[in-house]
Design a protein around this ligand. Sequence first.
Ligand SMILES: Nc1ncnc2c1ncn2[C@@H]1O[C@H](COP(=O)(O)OP(=O)(O)OP(=O)(O)O)[C@@H](O)[C@H]1O
Ligand SMILES: [Mg+2]
Length: 257
Amino acid sequence: MPGAASKALIDIRAVTKSYFSGSVETKVLFGVDLQVERGDFIAVMGQSGSGKSTLMNILGCLDQATGGDYFLDGENTLALSRAQLAEIRNRTIGFVFQSFNLIKRMSVAENVALPLIYAGVPRGRALAKAAVELERVGLADFGKRTPNQLSGGQQQRVAIARALVGDPPLILADEPTGNLDTQTSDEIMRGFQALNRERGITIVLVTHEPDIAAWSRRLVRLKDGRVLYDGPAQEGLRQLAASHEHLVHGQTQESEA
Ligand SMILES: Nc1ncnc2c1ncn2[C@@H]1O[C@H](COP(=O)(O)OP(=O)(O)OP(=O)(O)O)[C@@H](O)[C@H]1O
Ligand SMILES: [Mg+2]
């Protein structure tokens, strides 16, 4: 029973992904393997177009692989119905995005409570849990504001509180510091580190910045839809610095080898 054999939180095997536009196939992932244990803290790096977001969307069950296997918390996601997939996603994963994705016409507290309200939790209880999470990210006094009355870093902390409100074991974050300055980025990363160390939350985040990836324990580098490196972050970043990939305007560009 392959499902029962997998204890990892995330276990993908030989995952391929193609996008189809009519009869035209664009291959993006070419057989990616990735096992993520509970408590892992992983940074995913790679050039623009290497497939990072595509991979994250598959990990988050927001999109389906074209081929291969994906076990999430021991469940074979390919065998699940849409409703079952939504259920395991809500239970297991909190999402954080580059652009925060907060709803502007709702209060901060309502934004944080929303995943619980969607999951059928009574409004009062959802708002009480939202208040707890807002306090944990240092925004206890900001619940009544609307998102546009907050700084970028504060908005991202609201998004992190929203991601955590359902107590998922896993956070998936696609360039969470991409819109933030260096100091604010460091504050956000310190927060992720605390979540990982103190609450045991598993974190997989995409970044273009070696300084951001350095907060993680493990680095996965993608190149043209394949895993180029998967190992300790320090060693991976050392290899990256020594490689021909240079950072240009927040994106990696490769010179001719
Ligand atoms: N919905 C789609 N339809 C067709 N092609 C797509 C689609 N989404 C992504 N692609 C293509 O797949 C490849 C990988 O895209 P992806 O967004 O995963 O890259 P990325 O590594 O996240 O890049 P970036 O660092 O710029 O965010 C790109 O060539 C992109 O054009
Ligand atoms: Mg991307």
